[in-house]
Unconditional design. Sequence first.
Length: 318
Amino acid sequence: MTVLVLTHHSDITADLVVVALDQLDVPVFRVDPADIGSGTDLDASFTGTVWEGYLRVGSRTVDLADIRSVYYRRPTAWTGPEGMEPAEVAWAAEEVRAGFGGVLMSLDRLWINHPRLAMWASNKPVQLATAAACGFDVPTTLVTNVPDSAIEFASTAETIIYKTLSGSPRVQGAAIYTTRLDQAAVTEKAESITYTLHQFQHEIPKAFEVRLTVVGTELFAARIDAGSEETRLDWRVDYDALSWSRIEVPAQITAAVRTFMNRFELEFSTFDFAVSPSNAWFLFEANINGQWGFVEQHTKAPIAAAIARRLAEGKPTA
């Protein structure tokens, strides 16, 4: 039985899992839907019960029935051959997404993670409400495009935080980091607040931060100590200014994590926490398909091996 890895060619994080699977003598079939029609083929027929057929990449083929589990990492969108009209590319890309994604997502296999479940769990307002219900402490949050409401929210704390709801813009090289604001800054930007929805949160005093990676029932927690004022606000700004170490997870956080994972039916997620000077853990967000390679690099946590083991196990049979 084969593990299907869906990702782009230069995904070095997926490479770590492929190596770990190879060490377990588990066959791997790696494919990117962007390559459909360029040496990659899907041929599937529905017989009234399940989809049957194969995936082919170059000279390699895997039967859909032989797929044990699927590692959904970072597949890229189909862009088509050179010379196609933009409207044709857009239509054909949707056909690839619907056909390739639909056939594979209908397979009753273990997924890390199933795209349908990951999409729902990644929505920040849904995630925040669910996290609180699962027992996490979360920051007081406002989602609004009403300037007066944002200004009033800023008046309730010395400083507030602006964070995007959907990640950085889909422009190569673009990134929007966490931004600290006071009431004057919010007032100054009031007009622009009207045009789209914004997420504001009360700033949480930090002693340090924690990046928690969860694989099935295994938890790998990394303490992050910032070495600059910029990284104290958002540690993604400068990885070289950070110190990493392993840390134990409090029992109540472990329980909340397990409830959250079960609620969304997830096999994998990363969680970002701020730990206050009084040692209270506040959940900022869960990154359902978050990066973890740098955590393994800095802490030697065996995350790739854990993912490989889970994929090798596959879905329990009744």
